[in-house]
Design a protein. Structure first.
Length: 434
């Protein structure tokens, strides 16, 4: 298998191959702890319980292989203990990769030794076969290490039995052919499982891409905290906010402007303007709630000052757009703060919305304003007067509320500006009734 198939390397492996290698190593490393937790109790039991009993009952004696098996149990215990500890401490890709290489290398040598001991004592290679297949099936380590480990381990065991075991039944019994066949089967399984892992990786990548695409749509439709709650619980609980700043922005005269234009041109112009607003919203700790025709709604859950600055930036952005495009369009805005309730409504095309008197008042501030102005309630203006400049207070008749004291937001307060706060804006006297 080359570098592009299993992420094993090469002069310039592509990004996908590197990600697959990281994915494979993460999966293999996840199996390291469970394998050690299984192996360690087994070899400790053999070392501390079974071996002493076998010697005590004189089932084992002074045979060299019996002592070698005790030594093997001790070394295997240290092997599993060491890598069990490492499995909880390594968190980097390189560290895990090196740990797996060491585990597979030492494990291969350890079980090759055990295979020789087992053959010498009983003519049995079943435990060695279990090891070989376990390493192939459980440790899908990327690259050629698995092949090298399998071939070297089987080859070393063949050589050791040929040179050191003088009973001569290794070949006559067919065990030699069985060992070769076992190595070939392990290589075949290794190649097959790596291809399956590659297919699984690709499927997971496609699933992740689709999830990211769905999340992007969801996060564009809903605030992030609301979207996360909807993903977790499939429902969103309504939440009450004791104070929320609400901003409504409307494009003045857009209905008449769009009456004689083709639909695609109308949508293109409206999209261009609202994309400008979306870019501005991202600069502040505020949330876009929705667009209603040519109206745009924003809320601030923490402070009203960012919403006020956003409204000023929208006026500037609209002025620049008007000069750039030549379209005779302007906006008017209304801002208020107060108690609200927010939640998600509907089962299809669900919408996150905000309700309350503060929403209605902010809407009235917008509808009773004029093009190029930001009208706010007098109460909110007094709250923000340390940072912003406002026109003088004036009475405006608001539908459902009667006369209300309102002001126009003129700009940020600056020592370089000599204009007094109470200077009326030219359009104050021109305010219309709701």
């Amino acid at each position: 298998m080359g570098a592009r198939e299993d992420g094993s390397g090469g002069d310039a492996p592509d990004a996908d191959a590197l990600r697959f290698a990281q994915w494979s190593i993460a999966r293999a490393f996840a199996m390291l702890g469970p394998l050690c937790r299984i192996g360690l109790p087994v070899v400790l039991f053999m070392l501390l319980v079974a071996d002493p009993l076998l010697f005590q009952q004189r089932i084992w004696g002074q045979h060299f292989q019996h002592r070698s098996l005790v030594l093997w149990h001790a070394v295997a215990s240290l092997h599993f203990l060491a890598f069990l500890l490492l499995s909880t401490r390594l968190h980097t890709h390189i560290g895990r990769q090196r740990c797996l290489i060491a585990f597979l290398g030492f494990g291969g040598a350890l079980f090759t030794w055990f295979g020789f001991i087992s053959w010498s004592l009983s003519g049995d290679l079943s435990v060695y076969a279990i090891f070989l297949l376990t390493m192939v099936c459980a440790m899908s380590f990327p690259g050629r290490l698995r092949m090298v480990l399998c071939l070297c381990s089987a080859g070393a065991l063949l050589v050791c039995i040929h040179l050191l075991d003088g009973r001569g039944i290794f070949y006559t019994s067919g065990a030699g052919m069985n060992l070769v066949a076992l190595a070939l089967v392990a290589l075949f399984l290794d190649d097959h499982l790596m291809r399956l892992n590659r297919d699984l990786y690709r499927q997971q990548q496609r699933v992740e891409q689709e999830r990211e695409r769905a999340d992007k749509v969801l996060y564009n439709a809903l605030p992030m905290s609301i979207a996360d709650e909807l993903k977790r619980n499939n429902v969103v609980k309504a939440e009450k906010y004791p104070r929320m700043a609400v901003l409504f922005v409307d494009i003045v005269g857009f209905t008449d402007f769009s009456a004689n234009r083709p639909p695609h041109a109308v949508v293109e112009i409206l999209n261009e303007i609202f994309c400008l607003f979306d870019t501005l919203v991202d600069r502040y700790d505020v949330e876009k709630i929705k667009t209603i025709g040519d109206a745009y709604m924003v809320v601030g859950k923490v402070d009203a000052a960012p919403v006020a600055q956003l409204a000023l930036d929208m006026l500037d952005a609209m002025r620049a757009y008007r000069q750039r495009s030549g379209h005779p369009l302007d906006i008017r805005a209304g801002l208020h703060a107060g108690a609200t309730v927010a939640g998600v409504i509907g089962l299809k095309r669900f919408l996150y919305d905000v309700w309350g008197d503060a929403v209605n008042t902010a809407s009235r501030m917008e509808s009773t304003g004029r093009a190029g102005t930001i009208q706010v309630t007098d109460a909110l203006a007094q709250e923000l007067q340390h940072a912003f400049r406002f026109s003088a207070s004036a009475q405006v008749h608001v539908k459902g509320k009667g006369p209300m004291a309102t002001r126009f937001l003129l700009g940020r307060r600056s020592a370089a500006l000599s204009e007094p706060e109470t200077k009326p804006a030219p359009e104050v006297a021109l305010r219309r009734a709701a």
